[in-house]
Design a protein around this ligand. Structure first.
Ligand code: UT7
Length: 325
């Protein structure tokens, strides 16, 4: 198998910032509740851009940094739960918008673990020689599936995109990827965009009521704290790593309390964890590549550094990465 490395990163967020105080005028909540229960202060909401627009912006900035021309790209994968439409895929829309006319393109849905799943698929296809490079994008307009009258969910989510450009390489690059799913818990985080309206089904007992996100927060919280800790621990053990061997851990940005739990349980300093959920909230599949790009832009990752990324969410799914840059 070929080694595969991440060459460059990019991201994009909408301009509109919605603060906790603004939300407290919409629903019965407060900055104090949102901050202490989640750590979130602001989130971005897209007024006029679709998921493919945010994905395209992240892609353009990412390939510019890699000095690659769009027509050289061979594979585009977009991870999203908020595609512009069912077909064409968001990846095909991006392919057209950036002019990557030679690329194969498709979407995947693994919710908040989608970016890790996307990197996994791309790494496998590059590793076996099927393609030589790939653009993997996590992009979401979660505002479209957020019920702005439901205080238990509307304070959590935001819109964003992030992208990585990957190439076959001599360097170690992506050293390890794990993914998994616990579909038996799928009903604890739902967005049922497809209404079961088959006219022959007179006795519809589907749990799907509409497209809004519905979450059993505590059940997902228990899952998240378990899988984030296990995923990081497994990587440390397999590669015989200590805290000082890792430059950064980039977790999915769902809740500060989940990250603090993992930090305490694993006895890893909270400073090792990259945290930007205070600025963007939970952006599902965009959260890890957005954070990764920010960490690069702040100069926090250099060549040779090892970084762990870990995702968890709808499905329920989880996944983790060990990368050497
Ligand atoms: O990205 C996918 C992965 N997602 C996650 O990992 C999310 C995991 N879950 C969580 O992060 C947390 O469960 C939440 C942040 C969603 C909720 O925090 P919680 O500490 O589990 O709160 P809760 O749901 O137990 O609600 C506590 C109280 C309830 O009131 P009562 O029943 O105690 O009177 C809620 O009605 O807080 C109330 N509440 C609110 N109050 C003010 C719920 N949402 C709000 C709100 N403002 N926005």
């Amino acid at each position: 198998m070929n080694n595969v490395r991440i060459v460059s990163t990019g991201s994009s967020v909408p301009e509109l910032i919605i603060t906790n105080d603004m939300l407290s005028k919409l629903v019965d909540t407060s900055d104090e509740w949102i901050t202490t229960r989640t750590g979130i202060k602001n989130r971005r909401v897209s007024v006029d851009k679709d998921t493919s627009d945010l994905a395209t912006e992240a892609a353009v900035s990412c390939i510019k940094k890699a000095s690659v021309k769009a027509e050289e790209i061979e594979l585009i994968i977009v991870a999203t739960v908020t595609p512009d439409m069912f077909t064409p895929s968001t990846a095909c829309i991006v392919q057209n918008k950036i002019g990557a006319f030679k690329a194969s393109a498709f979407d995947i849905n693994a919710a908040c673990s989608g970016f890790i799943y996307g990197v996994d698929v791309a790494k496998s296809l590059l590793g076996c020689g099927r393609f030589r490079n790939a653009l993997v994008i996590g992009a979401e307009c979660l505002s479209k599936i957020t019920n702005w009258e439901d205080r238990s969910t509307c304070v959590l989510f935001g819109d964003a995109s992030g992208a990585v450009y990957m190439e076959v390489s001599d360097k170690p690059g992506i050293m390890k990827i794990s993914t998994g799913a616990e579909g038996d818990k799928g009903n604890s985080l739902l967005s049922g965009a497809l209404k079961p309206n088959n006219p022959f089904n007179r006795n519809n007992t589907s749990p799907y009521k509409d497209h809004f996100v519905k979450m059993n927060g505590q059940e997902v919280y228990r899952f998240a704290t378990r899988v984030i800790s296990e995923s990081i621990k497994d990587i440390f053990e397999e590669f015989n790593l200590t805290e000082k061997d890792i430059k950064l851990i980039i977790p999915h940005q769902a809740n500060l309390r989940i990250i603090e739990f993992a930090s305490k349980k694993l006895n890893i300093s909270i400073d090792k964890f990259y945290i930007n959920l205070q600025d963007y909230g939970n952006t599902s599949s965009a959260s890890i590549p957005l954070a990764l790009n920010e960490a690069f832009e702040k100069g926090m990752i250099s060549e040779g550094d090892k970084v762990i990324a870990v995702g968890f969410g709808g499905g329920l799914t989880y996944g983790s990465l060990l990368i050497q840059f």
